[in-house]
Write a protein that binds this ligand. Structure first.
Ligand code: DC
Length: 229
């Protein structure tokens, strides 16, 4: 079967990355979590004092983008790639609620998106890639052979994020997480540059009441059809 490009877009915490990494390991494709890239830029900004009292020093961030070199290294224990910033693993540090609270603002900056899309094109130039995010089917790979748009209710997504964070030992409260999910939905769909929207030729998957196994079977079938066409 030919190597295709698969774009999976959708709202935050709707299980995109679980389905994308499962399919990637099943069919031997590279999986790229583009949200992790925006999270890494956010972590850099937080750790270097570029975000202070909620304000982003855009001029400084823009001049320091050249220091933000993002890569992914497959972690066999987790069965998915870990995210690296300039050679240092930041996988756990990019998943905190603090990073989640700032990431949509960082992801709305044109110069950040331009650099991330440049790095994403480089990663995907050979095909055989599954990338998930918000603008993959619309902006990054508009010619992807398979585009999926995933949705689930905000409550279901907040519960998933809550379970994920508490499993890691982070103390959090459900109301804060639901607020964060809804806030990010709003910012991601209303920003000027590459807002989250369904590509015209994307297939919609509402996974609110699907198990991971059902979702996996659905996606595998969609892939087999797209790779055959
Ligand atoms: O998928 P995630 O929740 O880890 O993504 C983190 C943030 O990054 C999300 O709020 C929106 C942004 N993002 C984006 O703007 N474009 C992408 N392709 C991926 C993520």
């Amino acid at each position: 079967m030919k190597k295709i490009t698969i774009a999976i877009d959708g709202y935050s915490s709707c299980g995109k990355s679980t389905m994308a990494k499962d399919l990637a390991s099943e069919i031997g494709y590279v999986y790229v979590d583009s949200g992790a890239m925006y999270r890494t830029v956010t972590l850099y900004a937080l750790e270097h004092g570029i975000i202070k009292d909620g304000q982003i020093d855009e001029e400084r961030l823009s001049s320091e983008m050249k220091n933000i070199e993002i890569s992914f290294v497959f972690n066999p224990e987790r069965g998915r790639p870990d995210t690296y910033l300039s050679g240092v693993c930041v996988e756990n540090r990019i998943r905190t609620l603090e990073v989640s609270n700032h990431v949509s603002h960082i992801a709305a900056l044109g110069f950040v998106r331009k650099e991330m899309v440049r790095q994403q094109h480089r990663m995907g130039k050979e095909g055989g890639i599954i990338m998930d995010g918000r603008d993959i089917g619309t902006t990054v790979f508009p010619n992807a052979e398979l585009k999926i748009f995933v949705t689930a209710s905000p409550e279901v997504r907040a519960q998933r994020r809550y379970d994920e964070l508490t499993a890691k030992g982070e103390i959090c409260n459900m109301a804060d997480i639901l607020r964060n999910v809804e806030e990010r939905d709003y910012i991601d769909t209303h920003r000027d540059i590459s807002p989250l929207r369904q590509a015209e030729d994307a297939i919609v998957l509402d996974n609110s009441s699907l198990t991971i196994a059902e979702q996996k079977a659905w996606l595998l079938q969609a892939y087999q059809k797209a790779a055959k066409d």
